[in-house]
Design a protein around this ligand. Structure first.
Ligand code: B4P
Length: 190
């Protein structure tokens, strides 16, 4: 089983590359961003709380995310070839929880970090904002999301470097070229 943690700043292409990986390798895909947006769409009380956090560009609390991941891993189909964790973990505490959870089910994961220049991130998200209708795809919120990324998410690279399962990918290139780099890593690891 091959589990992949896809990490990177907002707009680095996590969702985009997850799509290519799913198509090519037939892995399951868990996008925590999608899960949270689906909860918002239900109009539930929880969804309203999540909406307030996301639309300001903040992360939702670790304990809330833990429930989502635990439930997902516990219910994986028996024939699962592996999962792409797209956007999880986003904090060191989440990384520690995921390591423990995977261990509990005799699994592990590699971490692929999509590295993209800040100007390009902003440009991509502004472009996406023209069609996405996402409340967090506007310049002020994008800047805040990038700051949150540097503060809370970037340190997880050191966590995975320390654990020896970290791979960096240059995400500045065109989508197919980024996927080629990812493919080389996966083909070596699987
Ligand atoms: P996410 O839904 O994970 O999304 P994202 O970071 O905004 O974007 P992604 O990196 O997937 O970019 P995409 O491929 O779409 O998170 C949203 C919010 O949810 C977070 O801010 C947070 O509040 C919350 N959240 C999620 N997970 C959480 C967690 N674990 N803990 C706490 N809170 C959590 O690419 C962006 C655009 O660029 C697209 O339009 C795409 O077409 C374009 N693009 C991609 N690659 C390109 C390339 N190589 N060249 C040119 N354009 C490219």
């Amino acid at each position: 089983m091959l589990n992949i943690i896809l990490c990177g700043a907002p707009g680095s292409g996590k969702g985009t590359q997850s799509g290519f990986i799913v198509e090519h390798y037939g892995l399951q895909h868990l996008s925590t961003g999608d899960v949270l947006r689906a909860e918002i769409a239900t109009g539930s009380e929880l969804g309203k709380q999540i909406d307030t956090l996301i639309s300001k560009g903040n992360l939702v609390p670790d304990d809330m995310m833990y429930g989502v991941i635990e439930n997902y891993i516990a219910n994986l189909p028996a024939d699962c070839k592996g999962t792409i964790f797209d956007g999880y973990p986003r904090t060191v505490a989440q990384a520690e929880s995921l390591t423990k959870l995977l261990k509990k089910y005799n699994m592990d994961a590699i971490m692929i970090d999509l590295l993209v220049d800040e100007q390009l991130l902003i440009q991509r998200l502004i472009e996406r904002g023209k069609v996405s209708g996402r409340a967090d795809d506007n310049l002020n919120t994008i800047r805040h999301r990038i700051a949150v990324y540097h503060q809370q998410t970037e340190p997880i690279a050191h966590y995975y470097l320390h654990h020896g399962n970290y791979y960096a990918v240059n995400g500045n290139h065109m989508m197919p070229d980024v996927f080629l780099q990812i493919k080389r890593i996966i083909d070596r690891e699987k």
